[in-house]
Design a binder for this molecule. Structure first.
Ligand SMILES: [Cu+2]
Length: 413
């Protein structure tokens, strides 16, 4: 009788958990039909099968050590699971769901397989048209012409909420949680979506076209192609998006006055220094749009979906800095700017509003959106994350801290 095996990605049988990043994902394999097997063990070779433009995966048997294209495991025929680890191969993200398959073979016989996706946040300017359109479709569904859950995300970043997230060290952790919550809501609509980022220190003409985030007319009204998913975008009961680049900002070139990635990473090796990036490049990127633009004022900025691409790049810069300086561990003083004098919500042990539901103290009078969206594949950062939970997003310090996102140009090791 032929062996039949089950492969569990992220230790789960849920198809919605079959997503990988550059960080190792715990996986399991087990024999499904132990009754028919006469030997106590079977030898199984695990490997990935990719398409030309699809993702690529790699494996290792234990929690540490080098990855390789295939591994061979000795698996009990009793039906007990055997562990292994899988990760995306850096430089080979997927472009669609299931474009890479993990296969198990006994000898040359294929005995089990699962489709997976190496789901990675990518540069919006070079996104493929299908990736771009899946993102736009999911975003439009979340907004649902102003009646959808997007309104919670808008309200998490309104005038009364800004003190929770700005002008103090919690700026980066808060926005990381905010983006992740939004991304998971988009993934509940279409699991193949990852947030794209706008590299605001480079020319990104494709983003400002009517088939993507839209082009601005002289009055600052954003125009889309006919049939574009964001045609019926509505926030605060008002249809449409106001966005007008300042006269000095030609969207075919890099915006002026925004420090580039190298200068941002050179702000300092201490978080206390690095968090100065809230002003430049972050604040500068916002003010490359004039006063009638939603983006130019923090209290209206999320009404323009470009906001999430801008902030995805802010988070990517933090990730680059964390990687360059080994700043994933909240116990390392230079990884954060901890001071009891900072306001509530900005100290490592504080829970983050609105996911903590707290509407007393210094918090706003409501907490829109409830707890942070869970992921089928990873447990972190939890339903009510603390500031400290947002640092180790790829499980460098503790594997259980993995949040299931990564950037196309931030290497794992
Ligand atoms: Cu903000």
């Amino acid at each position: 009788m032929t062996v039949d095996v089950e492969i569990q990605i992220n230790d789960s049988t849920n198809p919605r958990a079959r997503f990988l990043t550059w960080a190792p994902s715990p996986c399991r394999i087990r024999v499904r039909n132990p009754a028919g097997i006469t030997t106590p063990f079977v030898s199984l070779k695990i490997s990935g099968r990719s398409t030309a433009s699809g993702g690529a995966v790699q494996f290792r048997a234990g929690a540490t050590g080098a990855f390789s294209d295939s591994i061979t495991l000795t698996v009990s025929a009793s039906g007990n699971t055997a562990p292994f680890f899988s990760a995306g191969k850096f430089g080979r993200p997927s472009s669609s769901n299931g474009d890479v398959t993990i296969e198990a073979r006994s000898g040359t016989t294929l005995v089990g397989s699962v489709p997976v996706m190496v789901r990675i946040r990518k540069n919006a300017n070079t996104l493929s048209a299908p990736e771009r359109d899946r993102f736009l479709e999911a975003l439009a569904k979340l907004n649902n012409q102003g009646t959808g859950r997007f309104s919670d995300f808008r309200d998490m970043h309104n005038a009364s909420a800004l003190g929770q997230a700005h002008g103090a060290p919690g700026f980066l952790p808060w926005h990381r949680a905010y983006l992740l919550d939004l991304e998971r809501e988009l993934q509940a609509i279409d699991p193949s979506v990852a947030l794209p980022y706008w590299r605001f220190d480079k020319a990104a003409p494709n983003i400002f076209k009517p088939d993507f985030m839209g082009s601005s007319d002289n009055l600052g009204t954003v125009q889309f192609n006919p049939g574009h998913p964001l045609t019926f975008w509505k926030t605060d009961t008002v249809p449409g998006i106001k966005r007008r680049p300042i006269p000095a900002f030609n969207v075919n070139l890099a915006p002026p006055g925004v420090i580039d990635e190298a200068a941002t990473l050179a702000l300092g090796t201490q978080y206390k220094q690095f968090r100065g990036m809230e002003g430049n490049p972050h604040g500068r990127a916002h003010t490359r749009f004039d006063a009638i633009s939603f983006l130019s004022d923090a209290s209206t900025a999320p009404r323009d979906p470009l906001f999430f691409l801008l902030h995805c790049n802010v988070d990517r810069l933090w990730a680059q800095w964390q990687k360059a300086n080994s700043r994933f561990d909240q116990a390392v003083a230079a990884a954060y700017d901890e001071n009891p004098a900072f306001p509530v919500g900005h100290r490592l042990a504080d829970t983050l509003w609105p996911w903590n539901g707290v509407t007393s103290r210094v918090n706003p009078p409501s907490a829109p959106g409830g707890t942070l969206a869970p992921s089928p594949g990873v447990g972190a950062p939890g339903l009510q994350p603390r500031v400290r939970d947002m640092l180790d997003y790829r499980g460098v310090v503790s594997a259980a801290s993995r949040m299931g996102f990564d950037y196309d140009d931030v290497k794992f090791v």
